[in-house]
Ligand binder design. Structure first.
Ligand SMILES: Nc1nc2c(ncn2[C@@H]2O[C@H](COP(=O)(O)OP(=O)(O)OP(=O)(O)O)[C@@H](O)[C@H]2O)c(=O)[nH]1
Ligand SMILES: *[C@@H]1O[C@H](CO)[C@@H](O)[C@H](O)[C@H]1NC(C)=O
Ligand SMILES: *[C@@H]1O[C@H](CO)[C@@H](O)[C@H](O)[C@H]1NC(C)=O
Ligand SMILES: [Mg+2]
Length: 392
């Protein structure tokens, strides 16, 4: 076959153009995102990213697999990105653990989605911390400082009584018994983080702590799932609280329910938390170092009133009330149980506990790296049975 000279030039220059496109696409992200939609995804194998909220929630994964299980309401495959952030509270000294956690969530989820991060600390962030974290992601990051009044022990707390409470707990050998900063943290996570100015612009958050691991790749966007399924609060691990840390919490909750019975949802999850219809707390709660939830629930009237009621007793300081039981009790009582979600697909480890999907199909699809036999789910300290039973 002979090709005339002009045609040869056309083919040659087309070839150069194609080669140039791939070279630029491989080396320049902005070039790639500017052109790959115009090129219709035929040549470009890479995922495109955009920063505004009006983009499909699902990255175009050109891997020949079926679309994610939950695509959108009605299964059209089109959805919008959630109004969401990945949130970490940490100290500067937590930097290595924070790096581990961000590497893990980027690897298993956020590299594809680029949800923005918010980091909060009651002290100014060091340049070192900001540098080490910023190196790990292309997502936007904000480093915020917590206002004094959201963090520190309020003046109206009786310090003598608080000291006495801490001593008593230390004698019982309870972890963090003597720590005031741990109490500040629990109170902040219970009643204040969602009021921080950097979080005001978001509805959803995924709480991430230093030193955690995500063990499975997510082939769906859990925020969009929450939104579409009308969920409010999601967990991966449930367990028993150490009762000595919350001696009077349940009585205070019962006082609240008596005073504001209209706050309690008719179809609540009390059966998860009590063996006798609410008389006693069985200590079951969601482990709040992992949470995906709707901050508008915490910002709402019922939770605001609830937190203020609890806080006024001083229990965060006289005892050692954790944000885990506080959040769990509120979600379980003030929401219909259908609005609380167990994220089986999210393999998650906060030592010493791990959730690893038991179902082989889920485990394989998530390319999970965790050992299924070590999952917390139905182990001796788990409350998964108490969770399951309320749906039977
Ligand atoms: N800025 C700041 N963050 C804190 C402080 N104490 C705890 N945190 C953070 O609050 C979260 C919970 O604290 P942890 O020390 O992990 O408490 P925990 O999960 O109950 O216990 P561990 O088993 O030790 O992880 C983590 O994100 C910590 O980085 C503090 O004094 N200042
Ligand atoms: C979904 O998005 C695709 C590509 O953006 C579009 O062609 C299709 O019409 C959309 N479907 C619906 C139901 O909106
Ligand atoms: C995101 O959610 C917050 C809180 O509900 C809201 O104030 C804000 O307007 C939302 N932003 C967008 C873009 O919808
Ligand atoms: Mg922790």
């Amino acid at each position: 076959m002979t090709i005339n000279r002009p045609a040869r030039y056309v083919i040659l220059s087309l070839g150069i153009l194609i080669a140039l496109h791939f070279l630029l696409a491989a080396t320049h992200e902005s070039y790639n995102s500017a052109t790959s939609s115009a090129l219709g995804g035929v040549w470009s194998k890479t995922t495109t990213y955009q920063d505004d909220f009006a983009v499909p929630a699902y990255p175009v994964l050109d891997d020949g697999l079926p679309p994610p299980r939950w695509t959108s309401v009605g299964g059209t495959g089109n959805s919008t990105r959630a109004n969401a952030t990945l949130l970490m509270l940490a100290r500067n000294s937590d930097v290595n653990g924070a790096v581990q956690s961000i590497r893990s969530i980027e690897d298993r989820f956020n590299r594809e989605y680029r949800y923005p991060y918010v980091f909060l600390n009651e002290e100014p962030w060091t340049e070192e911390f900001k540098k080490r974290i910023s190196a790990l992601t292309h997502a936007p990051i904000e480093f915020g400082v917590i206002p004094h009044d959201m963090w520190y022990q309020p003046d109206w707390i009786d310090e003598e009584r608080a000291t006495e409470g801490r001593k008593k707990m230390e004698d019982q050998g309870i972890i963090y018994a003597g720590s005031v900063s741990y109490r500040n943290m629990c109170r902040f996570n219970s009643g204040f983080f969602f009021k921080h100015e950097l979080l005001a612009k978001y509805k959803w958050y995924w709480r991430i702590e230093p030193d955690v691991l995500f063990h499975c790749t997510l082939d769906f966007d859990p925020f969009v799932y929450m939104e579409e399924q009308k969920k409010v609060y999601a967990f991966t691990i449930s367990l028993f609280e150490w009762s000595a840390t919350i001696p009077t919490l349940w009585d205070t909750v019962k006082d609240f329910m008596n005073k504001f019975p209209e706050s309690v949802s008719p179809d609540n999850a009390m059966g998860f938390m009590s063996e006798n219809g609410g008389q006693d707390f069985n200590m079951c709660h969601f482990w709040s170092n992992f949470e995906i939830a709707d901050m508008d629930f915490w910002r709402g009237d019922v939770y605001t009133k609830f937190f203020e009621f609890l806080d006024a007793t001083g229990g965060f300081y006289y005892e050692r009330w954790g944000d885990a039981p506080v959040h769990s009790i509120a979600a379980s009582l003030f929401l219909p149980k259908s609005k609380i979600h167990f994220f089986n697909e999210i393999g998650y480890e906060h030592p010493p506990n791990m959730h690893c999907p038991q179902d082989d199909e889920v485990w394989k699809r998530g390319m999970c790296g965790c050992e299924q036999a070590k999952t917390h789910d139905y182990g001796p300290y788990s409350c998964q049975h108490q969770w399951d039973r309320i749906f039977r």
